[in-house]
Design a protein around this ligand. Structure first.
Ligand code: DGJ
Length: 741
């Protein structure tokens, strides 16, 4: 049929869709410029591998859905069968639609609207949502012998983000059991290293890096939620790639249930990145005419290191219609201040102190509903506990709102404690396998939201709690256990549960327009781009220790821009690590996100309160920059120095944080380069006024810092020479503001 060349931002995608089989990705990576038509067949020819001894007699073709029938002997893109038959496919291309247009930007300047294919389930209404400058390809193919129809959806958006999805339809007579449907993309041989993320509770997003060996590097999540260990991105790159250098390719599997993300390198020479849903045996069985859609696979390329990947992803996310556009309110969450000890007077006093320091949203966490005096009981009974709250929540909500703050409330809708009225009334409303209960986790089980009665109950209770109170603007939506042996009606249930949760969120938001929702899951175990289509921020971790948070936020920020990541100032002694940090280090670390406080500030002295007030005020002043600018991280040779920043898109200003995470081998760790500024403009760099600087180790700090007026240098010098900074004590941070003169 044709060879398709799509170009957006700094990315090109070339597809050989001449048939007769599925299209082959000839190139995904750097922009190739406006190639003349005659170059496209030449490009295709130039990328076809030779035929070598002891192999197939014709070159093998790696398509968007690798098939054995096309000579692929790696992981298959599709696995399934019809009672033991139709287990291998040979799809023939039927037709394809290419839409490669430049829509005009909406008049209000917001980059409008989501792509109709960005769905998983359920899909936005067709025709309503379109990305500006969106290029899409829809490929339709059939395998009549196997009775299967495949639709491949591809979109390249204005940011250069590539999105793929496969839809498989059973056109045959019998039932077809699907085991796997995974889009893959080729990566060139120059990518020889892999980086991905793992983690656990309170230590999410720990990077792991290694050479890319032969074989498959398979990151599976079988938690029934995205998982603390989920790799937000799986990155392949040229040797030694860093934040600001190296060519990198990355994928993100946008799914909040079981999922897999894979990098595979074959002795035949191919290397691929892919991702899809992990399906249990018998989980997806398509009746005649039924269709399954794989999760969206997002793919980004950068010629300028990991920061370039984040540029693509952050730009994509910020252009979504659902992206929060109001200033992100500074939040006080009461969890670490009071835990389950709810008392109206105490919480009112906490709200008074919160308002004094500049908080804009006050969130009442776990413990407000019936029987919830501890984590052993109550989940599922979504009525305000009359014993603890004899006059209900409204007096507290009103008190909070009189101060001009928003009120938010914690919920955990998918869960139930066996010690609850709900469980006693409906012990069968659980995800389980027949005859036994899953092992308990935090004394709780998972409600079967595929059961229409359980679903209606939860939606009804959430709706009632929101409807019966005047002024709940925000829900912190928690999810504190893995799904284990999660069956519905005797069959595997994770897929259907995941879809039901998406529907629940969508319906609740439709009933309560303007309601904001935070995705929390024992900290950061539900962070993915599908849950973020219906939530407004994520809780990155239950660990508020600033030292741990530096790393957690840095790597969460690979995928998400700062305004989507909840970052709170915790107490002086961290509740989860028992480390002690001074307020400056905690505040600088929490500054770079959706800022907040999680600390009993009724118990702090006047000096600390004044300092905290100054930090909150500084965040508010810098907020437009922090929540709209370009994120940069510094590749410093000393691992004890971690530096990062945000640069305004017009490069008129930037803010950087330089943190010392440990002592160093060298007494002076070396100059810190400040990337991202306009090389041709001059900037005055100095610590911002109004907040205390860290206590310094030096007898004599660098002269430019001691002067108090900072230093004025070009963006070029700041990026290539950098600044000598004070050596700082371990677990101290220095904030620097750069303003164009
Ligand atoms: C886990 C969350 O991550 C915490 O922030 C807190 O909300 C608790 N659950 C409450 O049970």
């Amino acid at each position: 049929m044709t060879i398709v060349h799509l170009r957006r931002a700094r990315t090109s995608l070339v597809l050989d869709a001449r048939g007769p089989g599925l299209p082959r990705v000839v190139h995904w990576g750097a922009d190739l410029g406006p190639l003349p038509a005659e170059d496209l067949p030449a490009l295709v020819d130039a990328t076809v591998p030779p035929v070598v001894p002891s192999s197939f007699d014709a070159p093998t073709v790696l398509s968007l859905l690798p098939e054995a029938s096309a000579g692929w002997s790696g992981r298959p893109g599709l696995a399934g069968h019809r009672d033991g038959r139709d287990w291998s496919t040979s799809f023939r291309l039927v037709d394809l639609d290419v839409r490669d247009e430049r829509a005009t930007s909406p008049p209000d300047g917001t980059a409008a609207v989501g792509p109709e294919l960005l769905g998983g389930a359920p899909l936005p209404a067709p025709g309503v949502n379109r990305w500006p400058f969106l290029s899409t390809v829809e490929v339709r193919a059939v395998d009549p012998g196997a009775g299967l129809r495949l639709t491949v959806e591809i979109a390249l958006d204005a940011a250069g983000l590539l999105t793929l999805r496969h839809r498989l339809r059973n056109d045959g007579d019998g039932r077809y059991e699907l085991r796997e449907l995974t889009p893959v993309l080729p990566v060139p041989a120059v990518a020889t290293e892999l980086l991905d993320l793992t983690g656990r509770w309170c230590r999410e997003r720990a990077p792991q890096r290694h050479p890319w060996p032969m074989g498959a590097w398979v990151r599976e999540g079988r938690h029934g939620r995205t998982g603390h260990d989920a790799t937000l991105l799986l990155v392949a790159g040229t040797p030694g790639f860093g934040f600001g250098h190296g060519e990198v390719w990355a994928v993100h599997t946008a799914w909040s249930g079981d999922h897999v993300t894979v990098a595979e390198r074959r002795p035949t020479g191919e290397a691929t990145l892919g991702g899809g849903e992990l399906l249990a045996p018998g989980e997806i069985v398509l009746g005649p005419g039924e269709e399954y859609a794989s999760p969206l696979l997002h793919a980004a390329h950068s010629a300028d290191g990991l920061d370039g990947l984040s540029d693509v992803l952050h730009t994509h996310l910020r252009a979504r219609p659902e992206h929060p556009r109001t200033p992100r309110p500074v939040t006080l969450n009461v969890w670490e201040a009071v835990y389950f000890d709810h008392d109206l007077d105490r919480l009112r006093t906490l709200a008074d102190r919160a308002a004094e320091v500049g908080v804009e949203r006050f969130v009442l966490d776990d413990g407000w509903f019936r029987g919830r005096r501890h984590d052993l009981a109550g989940l599922g009974d979504w009525w305000v506990d009359g014993e603890v709250w004899p006059d209900g929540l409204q007096p507290l909500i009103d008190h909070v709102r009189v101060h001009g703050m928003q009120f938010g409330l914690w919920v955990e809708p998918e869960m139930v404690n066996p010690d609850s009225d709900l469980f006693r009334a409906h012990p069968d409303w659980l995800l389980q396998t027949p005859g036994r209960l899953p092992p308990e986790w935090r004394h709780q089980q998972v409600l079967d939201l595929v059961n229409p009665d359980a679903y209606a109950y939860v939606l009804g209770r959430l709706d009632a709690v929101l409807g019966e109170h005047d002024g709940i603007a925000y829900l912190k939506w928690d999810h504190n256990r893995d799904l284990t042996e999660a069956g519905h009606a005797g069959r595997p249930g994770v897929h259907a549960q995941t879809v039901a949760v998406y529907r629940l969120l969508d319906e609740l938001r439709a009933r309560h327009p303007g309601l904001e929702i935070e995705s929390c899951s024992s900290g950061g175990a539900r962070v993915d781009l599908e849950i973020l289509r219906r939530t407004d921020r994520v809780w990155a971790s239950d660990c508020n220790d600033a030292l741990e948070r530096l790393s957690i936020q840095r790597w969460t920020g690979l995928l998400l821009p700062p305004e989507l990541i909840g970052t709170h100032i915790g107490p002086e002694r961290s509740h989860t690590t028992h480390r002690v940090h001074d307020l400056g280090f905690r505040a600088v670390t929490a500054l770079f996100g959706h800022h907040g406080i999680e600390w009993d500030i009724t118990a702090i002295d006047a000096t600390t309160r004044a300092e905290l007030t100054a930090w909150v005020a500084l965040h508010k002043r810098l907020r437009p920059l922090l929540h709209g600018g370009r994120v940069v991280r510094v590749d410093h040779p000393d691992p004890a120095v971690q530096a990062h920043g945000v640069v305004a898109h017009d490069r008129s200003a930037a803010v950087y944080a330089v943190s010392r995470v440990a002592t160093s081998a060298a007494q002076v760790p070396g100059a810190v380069r400040l990337p991202g500024l306009d090389p041709h403009r001059r900037y005055r760099v100095r610590p911002p006024a109004g907040v205390p600087e860290p206590a310094l180790l030096e007898l004599t700090p660098p002269a430019w810092l001691a002067s108090g007026t900072g230093v004025t240098l070009s963006g070029s010098v700041l990026a290539s020479v950098g600044l000598q900074l004070p050596a700082l004590h371990p677990e101290q941070a220095l904030l620097l503001e750069a303003v164009a003169t």
